[in-house]
Design a protein around this ligand. Structure first.
Ligand SMILES: NC(=O)c1ccc[n+]([C@@H]2O[C@H](COP(=O)([O-])OP(=O)(O)OC[C@H]3O[C@@H](n4cnc5c(N)ncnc54)[C@H](OP(=O)(O)O)[C@@H]3O)[C@@H](O)[C@H]2O)c1
Length: 316
């Protein structure tokens, strides 16, 4: 490394996509003893990026501006902290880093080694960057919170999205029966991912087509969450990643509920990499843009109709 600065996309104030600034002279991250310094090859865009950019999550997350956004990364290790074992310079890794530190819309990112894993060997960096945040979300909802079992039925909302498309595949890995919602244009896609039953939410009210579900995976909140209670069987569970479901409603209906805000986990990413390399899961890419096209990437994400992930190419 010959310079101490890098290119990065930062915000200096909360607001619209015009707040995203592609800058040349951003200080490189400082390596802590338990960190890896990663040369970023690709970074994925997630809805949380523009929610933070808009300033919606200020009560939940502690950020100091200017802030580099982007918490999905695939790249190469260029330095290893003094307390780190298990990783070496040159390793290809992927991670969903700590969301309260600077993110991956940059040439370099410092990531706790415990948050990273060796990337799936069958994926290039663009596809690997599309995995961590959404796959960890699917894992922590279906496996950790819902304790999904073979033979159970799961309803997955927004199955063509970043989270939903991996959740459908993970639920099939666990031997569940999957009911998926999306619009008609995504029927073939979601069925190909493994969904057993498809509901076009623009034509059919899902609560009229589905009943006796063990697990609802709520990626939409609001009205979708409210209508989801009625499809659960007694003892079933509604898990949301958007807004905490009412515990009182759950108790009144004899069902359970949970809200998940995901945490980084290199251990879970190692298992997920194995599933991907075994051909049991794959990321879905909506589009690939360059780092300096990040405003366009946010506009697409905010449109709420991406099919899978939007990925930023950072370096070859
Ligand atoms: N709490 C956490 O830790 C956590 C973690 C990850 C994500 N999240 C949140 O989870 C949400 C989903 O994330 P994501 O990355 O999957 O978003 P996304 O990729 O932007 O989702 C886009 C998808 O939503 C579908 N969709 C839109 N409206 C729908 C509806 N009414 N019914 C069914 N599908 C609908 C679209 O399908 P069509 O084009 O077919 O309509 C599209 O494929 C976001 O709000 C995100 O912030 C939270």
């Amino acid at each position: 490394m010959t310079t101490s600065t890098m290119k990065a996309v930062r915000i200096h104030a909360y607001g619209g996509s015009e707040m995203l600034h592609y800058e040349d002279n951003v200080p490189r991250p400082v390596l802590r003893p338990d960190d890896l310094l990663i040369r970023v090859r690709a970074a994925a865009v997630n809805p949380v990026d523009w929610k933070i950019r808009e300033g919606w999550l200020q009560e939940l997350l502690h950020h100091t501006l200017p802030l580099t956004l982007g918490w999905d990364v695939s790249g190469e290790v260029v330095a290893v902290g003094s307390e780190v074992s298990g990783f070496n310079v040159g390793d290809a890794v992927y991670a969903r880093p700590d969301i309260e530190r600077d993110g991956a819309y940059a040439e370099y990112i410092a990531v706790k080694a415990s948050e990273a894993a060796h990337k799936p060997t069958t994926l290039d960096h663009i596809h690997a960057a599309a995995v961590p945040l959404t796959a960890l979300t699917a894992w922590q909802v279906l496996v950790d919170a819902a304790r999904l079992q073979a033979g159970q039925t799961v309803l997955i909302h927004a199955a063509a999205g970043g989270v939903g498309s991996l959740a459908v595949q993970l639920a099939k890995v666990y031997g569940a029966r999957v009911i998926a919602t999306a619009s008609a244009v995504n029927t073939g896609l979601v069925t190909e991912l493994g969904a057993d039953q498809f509901i076009d939410y623009t034509q059919t009210r899902f609560e009229e087509a589905v009943k006796d579900v063990d697990v609802v995976f709520d990626t939409l909140g609001g009205d979708t969450q409210e209508r989801s209670w009625q499809v659960l069987k007694p003892g079933g569970i509604l898990v949301s990643v958007v807004s905490p479901p009412s515990e009182a409603v759950a108790a009144g209906r004899g069902v359970r509920s949970a809200f998940v805000f995901i945490h980084p986990s290199g251990e879970q990413l190692t298992v997920i990499a194995r599933l991907i390399d075994e051909g049991r899961m794959k990321p879905l890419i909506h589009t690939v843009l360059q780092l300096n096209e990040v405003r366009q990437a946010h506009t697409i994400s905010q449109g709420s109709h991406a099919r899978g992930k939007i990925v930023l190419h950072v370096a070859d």
